[in-house]
Design a protein around this ligand. Structure first.
Ligand code: BES
Ligand code: MN
Ligand code: MN
Length: 457
């Protein structure tokens, strides 16, 4: 397989890039109402692409939110079935002025595709379409393949649980195959064995019933922004620990052995700091940077607003202040429980001079996958063939809420074969995806199918 696969990639790479660029040009931003039609355009494009690449059927499905696509090629019910998951929705693109080229007009510069979705997840998802095309067109597909592509990942997949419950039989399979994560570096392949959960809230602080003159009232009436800042400041202590009561109760503590094992992952802290223009990193005392994102929970303000933010000065004591706060969770922490703990805590520390409300935005559970499974071993061998190096297991700090739902609702475990790099700037201006990673992904995936099917026998 190896040589003819390389040749097939060489012969088709330009056409694949053109196809991917068509998909990228559709601005399918799931969080914005104005892009509702674009979600359907993207679905139709994906359906057509799957059919063209060899799926026996592909259909767009309505959900309570954005539509999803299901496609399949069943060759023999006695063979294993791999269910490929991906998401066609993307994050918003603001601030626009920081993009060197337009976010929905893909451009190749220095061997990288620059565009929103170039990596997350259109680029990574399309590697699976290309790999599938190769396997079908060269008559080498070793097992059954199903595709489930959704459009709500970036908003927490709120409608997908119901979609899966409604289509259990259709989605039945042996393993979920996903490329929506990253690897340690282009030289150090890794397989993601953990994702963090998430609890996302918005807090509202209200002071006086209207905006006030900050001279006539300043010093006599509580300022909601000042109070909000104090409240937020108190949510972490001097050791980087989160102060929400009960927050760490269920956190999985890793053994010294496991932490030592994790510490073997090649990680260059100096290069990390340099890439972010930072003099120093920060976080929970007693843990390394990889541990802080991989096995420890975190709390971050994602946005904060209120009062006068336009140009120039306006002397105002604002009536309200607001913040969006996300908490990344680790195995055994339950997102619903954490949201409740946060709410109780935040309300309990609020001073009487302001009114405080906590609103739930979305949440999801984390995931850990074992390494002693058929899928992990097959993925490991596939990466080794492409990269000439055995991949190491790494727990990522990111979240993909649907992965825990796959296990809960369908009873299927996932294998996270990501090819993204830290420098891809996902969710940021100038998101990019190196062509080398794109083509190496296409090269690795068919080997996964082959090893997986062989090992399953
Ligand atoms: N693909 C990312 C998650 C990711 C990226 C995991 C890199 C590991 C490595 C996904 O699209 C994402 O951004 N997820 C959101 C989930 C949220 C909006 C519910 C996240 O992590 O913020
Ligand atoms: Mn993604
Ligand atoms: Mn994302």
């Amino acid at each position: 397989m190896k040589e003819d696969l390389k040749q097939y990639i060489e012969e088709n790479k330009d056409r694949w890039l053109e196809e991917l660029f068509e998909l990228i040009r559709i601005p399918s931003i799931s969080s914005k109402e104005a892009h509702k039609d674009d979600m359907y355009t993207a679905c139709d494009w994906i359906k057509a692409s799957l059919l063209e690449k060899g799926a026996d059927k592909a259909e767009v499905y309505e959900t309570e939110g954005h539509p999803a696509i299901y496609g399949e090629k069943m060759i023999d019910p006695s063979l294993p079935t791999v269910l490929v998951y991906g998401h066609y929705d993307v994050q918003p693109v603001e601030p626009l002025d920081l993009w060197k080229s337009k976010p929905f007009e893909p451009e190749i510069r220095d061997g990288k595709i620059y565009a929103r979705g170039a990596d997350d997840d259109k680029g990574q998802m399309f590697m699976h379409f290309a790999a599938f095309e190769y396997l079908v067109k060269t008559n080498q597909l070793p097992c059954n393949v199903k595709f489930m592509i959704e459009g709500e990942e970036e908003i927490g997949s709120p409608s997908l649980g119901k979609f899966m419950e409604d289509h259990r039989d259709m989605l039945a399979g042996d393993v979920i195959l996903v490329s929506d994560t990253s690897m340690l570096s282009a030289e150090n392949p890794s397989i993601t064995t953990g994702l963090r959960g998430l609890s996302y809230v918005e807090v509202h602080v209200t002071g006086p019933n209207r905006d006030l003159h900050s001279g006539l009232y300043g010093g006599a009436v509580a300022n909601p922004i000042n109070e909000l800042c104090k409240l937020i400041g108190s949510l972490t202590d001097e050791n980087g620990k989160i102060t929400v009561k009960g927050f760490y109760d269920d956190v999985e503590e890793l053994s010294e052995e496991e932490r030592k094992e994790m510490g073997r992952a090649p990680f260059d802290l100096e290069a990390y700091k340099k890439s972010l223009d930072l003099k120093e990193v920060a976080g929970e005392k007693g843990y390394s940077t990889l541990e802080r994102v991989g096995i420890r929970p975190s709390l971050d303000v994602n946005g904060i607003w209120g009062g006068h933010t336009d140009k120039g000065a306006k002397t105002v004591l604002p009536s309200t202040a607001h913040a969006k706060i996300s908490m990344r969770l680790v195995p055994h922490q339950d997102s619903k429980k954490i949201t409740q703990l946060f709410k109780d805590h935040f309300l309990s520390i609020a001073p009487d001079c302001v009114k405080v409300e906590v609103e739930f935005l979305h949440g999801g559970e984390g995931y850990v996958s074992p390494t002693n499974t058929t899928e992990y071993q097959a993925a490991s061998k596939a990466y080794e063939l492409t990269y000439n190096k055995k991949p190491i297991p790494v727990r990522s700090g990111g979240s993909i809420p649907i992965i825990s739902l796959f296990e809960k609702i369908l009873g299927i475990k996932s294998i996270l074969m990501g090819f993204g790099l830290e420098s891809d700037a996902i969710h940021s201006p100038n998101e990019n995806y190196p062509l080398t990673q794109f083509f190496r992904g296409i090269e690795t995936i068919p080997h996964f199918y082959q090893f997986y099917t062989e090992m399953k026998k």
